[in-house]
Ligand binder design. Structure first.
Ligand code: ZN
Length: 174
Protein backbone atom coordinates (compact mmCIF):
# COMPACT_ATOMS: atom_id res chain seq x y z
CA UNK A 1 0.00 0.00 0.00
CA UNK A 2 1.39 3.33 -1.03
CA UNK A 3 -0.74 6.22 0.09
CA UNK A 4 0.04 9.45 -1.72
CA UNK A 5 -0.10 13.00 -0.38
CA UNK A 6 -3.33 14.73 -1.44
CA UNK A 7 -2.84 18.09 -3.14
CA UNK A 8 -4.84 20.90 -1.53
CA UNK A 9 -6.74 23.83 -3.01
CA UNK A 10 -4.37 26.63 -3.91
CA UNK A 11 -1.99 24.30 -5.69
CA UNK A 12 -2.24 25.37 -9.36
CA UNK A 13 -2.21 21.75 -10.55
CA UNK A 14 -5.84 21.47 -9.41
CA UNK A 15 -6.74 24.16 -11.97
CA UNK A 16 -5.15 22.48 -14.97
CA UNK A 17 -6.76 20.25 -17.55
CA UNK A 18 -5.51 16.66 -17.36
CA UNK A 19 -4.21 14.84 -20.41
CA UNK A 20 -5.68 11.82 -22.13
CA UNK A 21 -4.00 8.53 -21.11
CA UNK A 22 -2.19 7.12 -24.12
CA UNK A 23 0.27 4.83 -22.36
CA UNK A 24 -0.23 1.08 -21.79
CA UNK A 25 -2.79 0.64 -19.01
CA UNK A 26 -1.36 -2.80 -18.19
CA UNK A 27 2.22 -1.59 -17.74
CA UNK A 28 3.69 -2.16 -14.30
CA UNK A 29 4.17 1.54 -13.64
CA UNK A 30 0.62 2.51 -14.64
CA UNK A 31 -0.88 -0.35 -12.62
CA UNK A 32 1.12 0.79 -9.60
CA UNK A 33 -0.17 4.34 -10.10
CA UNK A 34 -3.78 3.04 -10.17
CA UNK A 35 -3.26 0.95 -7.03
CA UNK A 36 -1.74 3.93 -5.24
CA UNK A 37 -4.71 6.11 -6.26
CA UNK A 38 -7.17 3.53 -4.87
CA UNK A 39 -5.14 3.17 -1.65
CA UNK A 40 -5.03 6.94 -1.22
CA UNK A 41 -8.80 7.26 -1.68
CA UNK A 42 -9.45 4.51 0.86
CA UNK A 43 -6.94 5.85 3.40
CA UNK A 44 -8.61 9.28 3.24
CA UNK A 45 -12.14 7.81 3.38
CA UNK A 46 -12.94 9.56 0.13
CA UNK A 47 -15.85 8.55 -2.09
CA UNK A 48 -13.59 9.24 -5.03
CA UNK A 49 -10.27 10.77 -6.02
CA UNK A 50 -8.90 12.07 -9.29
CA UNK A 51 -5.30 11.84 -10.51
CA UNK A 52 -4.58 15.61 -10.26
CA UNK A 53 -5.30 15.32 -6.52
CA UNK A 54 -2.11 13.27 -6.20
CA UNK A 55 -0.27 15.63 -8.52
CA UNK A 56 -0.67 13.67 -11.75
CA UNK A 57 -2.30 15.39 -14.75
CA UNK A 58 -3.81 12.29 -16.34
CA UNK A 59 -7.45 11.64 -17.14
CA UNK A 60 -8.05 9.06 -14.43
CA UNK A 61 -10.30 8.88 -11.39
CA UNK A 62 -11.42 6.16 -9.02
CA UNK A 63 -14.57 6.04 -6.92
CA UNK A 64 -16.03 3.66 -4.36
CA UNK A 65 -18.52 3.82 -1.54
CA UNK A 66 -18.57 1.08 1.06
CA UNK A 67 -19.87 2.16 4.48
CA UNK A 68 -17.87 5.38 4.48
CA UNK A 69 -17.40 7.36 7.72
CA UNK A 70 -17.26 10.65 5.78
CA UNK A 71 -20.64 9.85 4.19
CA UNK A 72 -22.48 7.55 6.64
CA UNK A 73 -25.89 8.29 5.12
CA UNK A 74 -24.98 7.57 1.49
CA UNK A 75 -25.89 4.53 -0.60
CA UNK A 76 -22.93 2.32 -1.48
CA UNK A 77 -21.48 1.58 -4.92
CA UNK A 78 -18.61 -0.66 -6.04
CA UNK A 79 -15.10 0.41 -7.03
CA UNK A 80 -14.91 2.04 -10.46
CA UNK A 81 -11.60 2.83 -12.08
CA UNK A 82 -12.26 5.37 -14.84
CA UNK A 83 -9.49 5.97 -17.38
CA UNK A 84 -10.21 8.56 -20.10
CA UNK A 85 -13.77 8.92 -18.79
CA UNK A 86 -16.68 10.70 -20.44
CA UNK A 87 -20.11 11.41 -19.02
CA UNK A 88 -23.43 11.71 -20.78
CA UNK A 89 -26.45 13.15 -18.97
CA UNK A 90 -29.41 10.77 -19.27
CA UNK A 91 -31.99 13.15 -17.86
CA UNK A 92 -32.28 16.86 -17.15
CA UNK A 93 -33.15 16.22 -13.50
CA UNK A 94 -30.92 18.14 -11.14
CA UNK A 95 -30.46 17.31 -7.47
CA UNK A 96 -29.11 19.28 -4.53
CA UNK A 97 -25.72 17.89 -3.65
CA UNK A 98 -23.83 18.67 -0.46
CA UNK A 99 -20.23 17.94 -1.36
CA UNK A 100 -16.86 17.80 0.22
CA UNK A 101 -13.47 17.31 -1.39
CA UNK A 102 -10.23 15.75 -0.16
CA UNK A 103 -8.44 18.79 -1.61
CA UNK A 104 -10.66 21.19 0.40
CA UNK A 105 -10.64 19.51 3.82
CA UNK A 106 -13.42 20.07 6.35
CA UNK A 107 -15.53 22.16 3.99
CA UNK A 108 -18.94 21.39 2.53
CA UNK A 109 -21.01 23.28 0.04
CA UNK A 110 -24.25 22.72 -1.82
CA UNK A 111 -24.51 22.67 -5.57
CA UNK A 112 -26.60 21.09 -8.31
CA UNK A 113 -25.69 17.89 -10.13
CA UNK A 114 -27.40 15.73 -12.69
CA UNK A 115 -29.14 12.75 -11.10
CA UNK A 116 -28.76 10.22 -13.89
CA UNK A 117 -25.71 9.78 -16.08
CA UNK A 118 -23.85 7.31 -18.23
CA UNK A 119 -20.15 6.96 -17.41
CA UNK A 120 -17.96 5.58 -20.21
CA UNK A 121 -14.31 4.78 -19.52
CA UNK A 122 -11.61 2.14 -19.54
CA UNK A 123 -11.18 -0.03 -16.46
CA UNK A 124 -8.04 -1.22 -14.66
CA UNK A 125 -7.61 -4.00 -17.26
CA UNK A 126 -7.86 -1.51 -20.10
CA UNK A 127 -11.31 -2.71 -21.14
CA UNK A 128 -13.91 -0.21 -22.29
CA UNK A 129 -17.11 -0.09 -20.19
CA UNK A 130 -20.27 1.92 -19.81
CA UNK A 131 -22.30 2.18 -16.62
CA UNK A 132 -25.59 3.83 -15.85
CA UNK A 133 -25.31 5.75 -12.55
CA UNK A 134 -27.95 7.47 -10.43
CA UNK A 135 -27.96 9.44 -7.20
CA UNK A 136 -24.77 9.63 -5.17
CA UNK A 137 -22.69 7.52 -7.57
CA UNK A 138 -23.66 9.88 -10.42
CA UNK A 139 -22.74 12.89 -8.28
CA UNK A 140 -19.32 11.49 -7.36
CA UNK A 141 -18.53 10.72 -11.01
CA UNK A 142 -19.40 14.31 -12.01
CA UNK A 143 -17.29 15.70 -9.15
CA UNK A 144 -14.28 13.59 -10.15
CA UNK A 145 -14.61 14.35 -13.86
CA UNK A 146 -14.60 18.05 -12.96
CA UNK A 147 -11.17 17.56 -11.35
CA UNK A 148 -9.84 16.38 -14.72
CA UNK A 149 -10.93 19.71 -16.19
CA UNK A 150 -9.54 21.87 -13.38
CA UNK A 151 -12.96 22.52 -11.85
CA UNK A 152 -13.59 22.46 -8.08
CA UNK A 153 -16.92 22.14 -6.29
CA UNK A 154 -16.88 25.80 -5.25
CA UNK A 155 -16.95 26.76 -8.95
CA UNK A 156 -20.27 24.93 -9.27
CA UNK A 157 -21.96 26.71 -6.36
CA UNK A 158 -24.57 29.30 -7.38
CA UNK A 159 -24.88 30.52 -3.83
CA UNK A 160 -21.88 30.72 -1.53
CA UNK A 161 -24.14 31.04 1.53
CA UNK A 162 -24.07 27.27 2.03
CA UNK A 163 -20.26 27.11 2.10
CA UNK A 164 -19.70 25.55 5.54
CA UNK A 165 -17.08 24.04 7.76
CA UNK A 166 -17.79 20.36 8.39
CA UNK A 167 -18.68 20.97 12.02
CA UNK A 168 -21.26 23.64 11.18
CA UNK A 169 -22.60 21.58 8.28
CA UNK A 170 -23.33 18.73 10.70
CA UNK A 171 -24.91 21.13 13.17
CA UNK A 172 -27.10 23.18 10.86
CA UNK A 173 -27.57 21.42 7.53
CA UNK A 174 -27.27 17.67 7.86
ZN1 ZN B 1 -12.73 16.62 -5.03
Amino acid sequence: MAVQKVVKMGNPILREKSLEVKEAILSESFQKFLTNLIDTMRAANGAGIAAPQVGVLKRVFVMEMEANIRYPEKESFPLYVAINPTIEFLSNDLVDSWEGCLSIPNIRGMLKRYNHIKLSAHNIKGEKYEVDLKGFAAIVAQHELDHLNGILLIDRMDNMKTLSFQEEYEKYWM
